[in-house]
Design a protein around this ligand. Structure first.
Ligand code: TXA
Ligand code: MG
Length: 344
């Protein structure tokens, strides 16, 4: 199959992409977070194609993307007032809300759950495509399952060339990590995945937030994952990743003590001069955490192109968007963190 790459700027793109979705085909779509692999979320057969293309486990549910808040009521029931408040504050934007699903949503889309995840992306071309298609668009991150997410059309092409009919190229994704997921189906709102809408942002609107265990620690075999996707090894390049925390000097000392040829260092741009002898790759500036979120997956995918022994990674501290970067990097590192201050 030939994979068309359509520019988001071309006037005919939205209609072509919407027609493909209406016909039950897959279209890779840009969003402000990462590229998604979209299909008609109400069509089981179309949704099945997503699982096949990604090699995704069947129990891992998909997010339904909507063009505006009004679509939420067709797909969900028992919507609490807090969902409207969140939608008004953060949509279109990098926030996904989990709510009880109506019967119209196929079990294939929800991975068999009685709840469904909904999001309205902050990307004009994609909202236009959703509106023209007339259906909610199910879209996981477009990466092959287990690989780092796709933040450019080229990344999508690298994973799916010849296997999907169409990619809409909207340029590099601004946020760079997947949306924040909040579950509103329990008594207290629960953060299932941190992203561009920060815990601080959520608290301001909700007044309360429980952080799910999967956000901060590796789930054990016996844990039930609230967001099924969080239990899988994720976001990771093929080689082992170790996060080295601590001051610049302490981390550099630790890394230089342990580095062997064939290893790589993933660091902040400010630190490149420290690692000239360690084959460093920077993913953004420590002083600008949003550059780190925007650059993280491209860097992890870059590292995946080579045979590498081990990656020593530097991770930003603190809240805001840095919190989401920590979560993705820690997952890539299977939560392996060494403190450069305490180790030699
Ligand atoms: O930013 C994003 O959210 C991107 C773009 C394309 O919109 N999409 C994305 O989809 O990251 P995906 O499939 O890679 O991640 C969706 C996550 C998975 O961890 C999945 O388990 C969780 O959302 N999820 C989906 N439906 C859920 C539900 N009903 N309850 C709990 N978690 C759910
Ligand atoms: Mg994903």
């Amino acid at each position: 199959m030939e994979t068309m790459v359509l520019s988001a700027q071309a006037p005919e793109t939205a209609q072509i992409a919407a027609d493909l979705i209406k016909k039950g085909q897959l279209v890779a779509l840009p969003t402000e977070t990462v590229y998604g692999l979209g299909a008609n979320g109400l069509d089981e057969e179309a949704v099945s194609k997503i699982f096949v293309a990604k090699g995704r486990p069947q129990d891992n549910p998909l997010i339904l993307h909507v063009a505006d808040e009004s679509q939420m009521e067709n797909l969900c029931h028992s919507i609490p007032e807090s969902a409207y408040r969140l939608a008004r504050a953060f949509w279109p934007g990098p926030l996904t809300i989990v709510l009880p699903a109506r019967d119209i949503v196929p079990k294939k889309t929800t991975g068999g759950l009685s709840t469904v995840a909904i999001r309205c992306p902050d990307c004009e071309i994609t909202r236009k495509i959703i509106a023209l298609s007339g259906v909610p668009v199910a879209a996981p991150s477009a990466n092959l399952s287990g690989k780092p997410s796709t933040t450019t059309a080229q990344h999508v092409l690298d994973d799916h060339k010849g296997k999907i009919p169409c990619i809409v190229d909207g340029g590099p994704c601004k946020v760079g990590v997947e949306s924040t997921i909040v579950d509103l189906t329990e008594e207290r709102p629960r953060l299932l995945r941190p992203g561009g809408i920060t815990p601080e942002d959520l608290l301001e609107v909700l007044g309360d937030l429980v952080v799910d265990k999967a956000v901060t620690a590796q789930l054990s075999q016996n844990d039930v994952a609230k967001a099924p996707g969080m239990k899988y090894r994720h976001y990771a390049p093929r080689c082992p990743v170790v996060i080295v925390s601590g001051s610049r000097q302490a981390a550099s000392r630790y890394i230089h003590n342990h580095f062997t040829p064939g290893d790589r260092v993933l660091c902040f741009r400010e630190e490149l001069p420290l690692y000239e002898d360690c084959n460093p790759l920077s993913y953004g500036q420590e002083a600008d955490p949003s550059s780190l979120s925007a650059g993280l997956f491209a860097a992890l995918r870059e590292l995946d192109k080579e045979e590498i022994g081990k990656v020593y990674a530097r991770c930003p501290e603190g809240g805001g968007i840095a919190y989401a970067v920590q979560n993705r990097l820690k997952k890539a590192a299977a939560f392996q963190v060494v403190n450069g201050e305490e180790s030699l």
